[in-house]
Write a protein that binds this ligand. Sequence first.
Ligand SMILES: Cc1ncc(COP(=O)(O)O)c(C=O)c1O
Length: 364
Amino acid sequence: MINIESLTKSSINLIEKYVPGESNFNTNKKFIKLSSNESPFNIPHKVCAKIKTLIMNSNIYPDGDSKILKKSLSKTFNLNSNQIICGNGSDDILSIIAQAFSKESCEVICSEFGFIYYPIIARTSGCKVIFAKAEKLGISCKNILNKINKKTKIIFIANPNNPTGTIIFRDELIDFLNKVPKNVITVLDGAYSEFITDCRYTDGTDLVNKYPNLIVTRTFSKIFALAGLRLGWGYSNSKIIELLEKIRGPFNVNSIAQEIGSLVLQEKKFFVKSVKHNEKWRKILPDKINDMGLESYETFANFILIRVDPNKFSKLKIIDSLKKKNILVRDLSNYKLDNYFRVSIGSTSDLNKFLRELKRTLKV
Ligand SMILES: Cc1ncc(COP(=O)(O)O)c(C=O)c1O
């Protein structure tokens, strides 16, 4: 037997496999899935109607440059299409960035309680991962800045942050970007940015032309309800985008995702409905949870974080008894948030059922 571990970069051996939110793929039972921050809505019928023709034409490779999609994105978000890169989900873009900008034995900074995929891609690229302490469960710009040194290559920040739902507002972000050395690539992951209605927020696309080390990533998996199709994109200055385009897979976005993504961007009513639904529930859900004796926090995304006091309840029992009622939530133990779980903002009926069952579980 060969020792496989000796054949890889040593940092790769430190990687723990990404564990997605629990799903119901292996059963016929109908589950309420509140474990992966997906949209509770199906994409509009008008958009789905195109899929058959697209599948029929799948004998042909997709456009490697995703031109139609870039055009739609640039129109929708008022961006330059030569500053956009498209990917097979935003995790594809994140991984391309890590490949492009990290060197072995350099450092990548992530936040404590940050998105768990960042350490994976950093270590895959041979880097050491440095965790900056969070503050009140949120990302601390100050603690990140304190961790920067000559070896730092990339900083990954999700804004809002997954899994805590916290946010960094524009003023603080600009102050932070002013202090980050220009040779340190700063990635602002805006997977949940479309949900935000607070005018103090920016996803960073408007800052890209001012900060040459800034890359913004976005996804179609959340508000645009296309998690299963895998579609994401990145925005930066044209030099960085040119570099990333050289590294990506030749046909990294399939033709169905390109076309459906372009169409879903035109569905303004669907977008507004999704924002309104999220806005309503992100405001009322924490209070309802707190009334039951658990602890929940303000969120800026499409999920909420819940803390279980281990002296009062057992988190695992709660998760398990919800599962017995076919409701899946996300245990956050692998985020080192041992007493916490996360719940996506699902449909109204799914959330009402979740609240009913949660109440029943806590009373038993
Ligand atoms: C902060 C953050 N970034 C990126 C992703 C990956 O999204 P995608 O489906 O676009 O790969 C997720 C998924 O949950 C996420 O929470």
